[in-house]
Design a protein around this ligand. Structure first.
Ligand SMILES: *[C@@H]1O[C@H](CO)[C@@H](O)[C@H](O)[C@H]1NC(C)=O
Ligand SMILES: *[C@@H]1O[C@H](CO)[C@@H](O)[C@H](O)[C@H]1NC(C)=O
Ligand SMILES: *[C@@H]1O[C@H](CO)[C@@H](O)[C@H](O)[C@H]1NC(C)=O
Ligand SMILES: *[C@@H]1O[C@H](CO)[C@@H](O)[C@H](O)[C@H]1NC(C)=O
Ligand SMILES: *[C@@H]1O[C@H](CO)[C@@H](O)[C@H](O)[C@H]1NC(C)=O
Ligand SMILES: *[C@@H]1O[C@H](CO)[C@@H](O)[C@H](O)[C@H]1NC(C)=O
Ligand SMILES: *[C@@H]1O[C@H](CO)[C@@H](O)[C@H](O)[C@H]1NC(C)=O
Ligand SMILES: *[C@@H]1O[C@H](CO)[C@@H](O)[C@H](O)[C@H]1NC(C)=O
Length: 359
């Protein structure tokens, strides 16, 4: 009984020591340090263990990214090469002797190798640091920052992170696939923060949510350490999502993510002294899933039913994938006589039918 209890408890704790951590505390990654998909540890942890940078299992291989460490479900906050296929095992990540953060894959079958730079910069690093804020930073020999993951957000902003004027967050394909998804959120140079489906030309008719804030002296969108989301400008700051929290707490991580469904959500992850955590949804926009334009895909429409979005096909169309109803609908290409055949449980193809008609 005691054993069962302990096992259950381990499932819900995070490797986190809030009392001794600070968001500006970091783990040093020196030159010639490396990790590999084949040998544990497969990541570099921040000092408190809150965040990890390294190889994360996805699909049939691994992606390179940063995640908030929590069992049973880690939360990926940044991804490198998000639209490349996952790397296979036998891949290493090294801060090389000449200061490059290099991903190297070996293929046993043909002896070939592939190399990619995670931080795509000319300059050489003297070291790197993984911070308790979730930021991965590369420094030169003068301890100047030459690259940081916070400057290249994918779908998420963490406390202390900015999205610069003109920058965007792009949603992931799904909760288990970090590739480019179907929506983006832009911090426009006109001062407006706007959500659009990805395959539009981003005019106001394409938009499905915006802050209606216009200030051409905007500098960036900033998620502060107390969970307030602000549009910063030279003249004044506009609060997009407010926070009641007044003091910085080392035990709370704030995270704003444009999620795969097109909704922008701000969460807080609160850690207690035992290292357990609770996640709270603090703000989200838009409020109704059906307001997300093209959420249901082509040739379809969205209705809310019991607070759940429900996608339906326009007349004369059927789901592209009946198991993923938000992937849109396609015209029925089968003619009426084929429908009749289907009803009599015939498995003949359209080609068969045509052959029969001709013959
Ligand atoms: C920073 O992290 C180290 C390693 O976990 C820890 O020993 C130290 O107390 C931390 N420092 C602060 C100021 O939290
Ligand atoms: C880390 O932050 C704390 C308070 O936020 C500050 O007192 C301390 O000087 C900072 N340390 C470093 C190394 O920046
Ligand atoms: C992830 O999503 C992308 C884009 O939709 C797709 O091309 C890719 O096949 C997906 N990967 C997996 C493993 O499903
Ligand atoms: C991994 O790479 C080594 C060479 O570094 C090679 O000998 C081995 O066969 C590779 N294994 C796989 C599974 O590709
Ligand atoms: C984000 O912007 C704020 C306000 O301009 C600034 O204090 C902070 O240093 C910036 N953070 C990063 C990581 O650039
Ligand atoms: C904001 O002010 C800074 C310093 O005064 C200036 O360099 C910058 O160009 C201004 N930005 C905008 C967008 O007006
Ligand atoms: C806007 O917010 C930033 C970051 O919190 C702060 O440094 C700056 O003083 C604020 N500006 C104004 C005009 O309130
Ligand atoms: C963070 O932003 C919120 C906006 O709701 C503001 O009330 C709060 O004072 C800010 N915190 C800091 C530390 O600037």
């Amino acid at each position: 009984m005691a054993f069962a209890y302990v096992a259950f408890f381990l499932l819900v704790i995070c490797i986190f020591k809030p009392a001794s951590s600070q968001q500006n505390n970091s783990t040093l990654i020196g030159l010639r340090s490396s990790i590999s998909t084949n040998i544990h540890p497969t990541s570099w942890r921040s000092p408190s263990g809150t965040f990890a940078f390294g190889f994360y299992p996805q699909g049939s291989g691994f992606i390179v990214g940063i995640w908030l460490v929590c069992k049973p479900a880690d939360i990926i906050t940044w991804t490198a090469f998000r639209d490349d296929p996952p790397v296979p095992s036998n891949t290493t990540l090294e801060l090389t002797g000449n200061g490059k953060l290099l991903l190297r894959t070996y293929y046993a079958n043909n002896g070939a190798g592939e190399e990619k730079l995670v931080a795509n910069i000319e300059r050489s690093a003297s070291n790197a640091r993984m911070f308790d804020s979730g930021n991965l930073v590369l420094y030169n020999e003068h301890s100047d920052v030459i690259w940081e993951s916070f400057k290249f957000p994918t779908d998420t902003l963490l406390g202390g992170q900015n999205l610069s004027e003109g920058g965007e967050l792009i949603s992931s394909a799904s909760t288990t696939n970090s590739s480019t998804g179907r929506f983006h959120l832009k911090m426009q140079i006109d001062g407006n923060l706007v959500s659009y489906p990805i395959d539009t030309i981003d005019t106001s008719v394409d938009a499905y949510w915006n802050t209606a804030t216009f200030d051409s002296s905007v500098t960036n969108l900033y998620l502060n350490y107390t969970g307030g989301l602000l549009i910063l400008s030279n003249d004044s700051n506009i609060t997009v999502f407010s926070s009641d929290s007044k003091s910085e707490s080392r035990a709370i991580i704030y995270r704003a993510t444009l999620e795969y469904d097109g909704i922008f959500r701000l969460y807080s992850h609160n850690f207690d002294s035992n290292g357990a955590y609770t996640t709270s949804l603090m703000h989200y926009a838009p409020k109704n899933q059906c307001e997300v334009k093209s959420f249901c895909g082509l040739n379809s429409y969205c209705t809310m039913n019991d607070n759940q979005p429900y996608c339906s096909c326009l007349p004369g169309t059927v789901f592209v994938n009946p198991n993923q109803r938000n992937k849109g609908c396609k015209r029925t290409i089968l003619k009426n006589y084929v429908k009749v055949a289907e009803e009599t449980s015939s498995y003949r193809t359209t080609a068969d039918m045509e052959k029969n008609e001709l013959g």
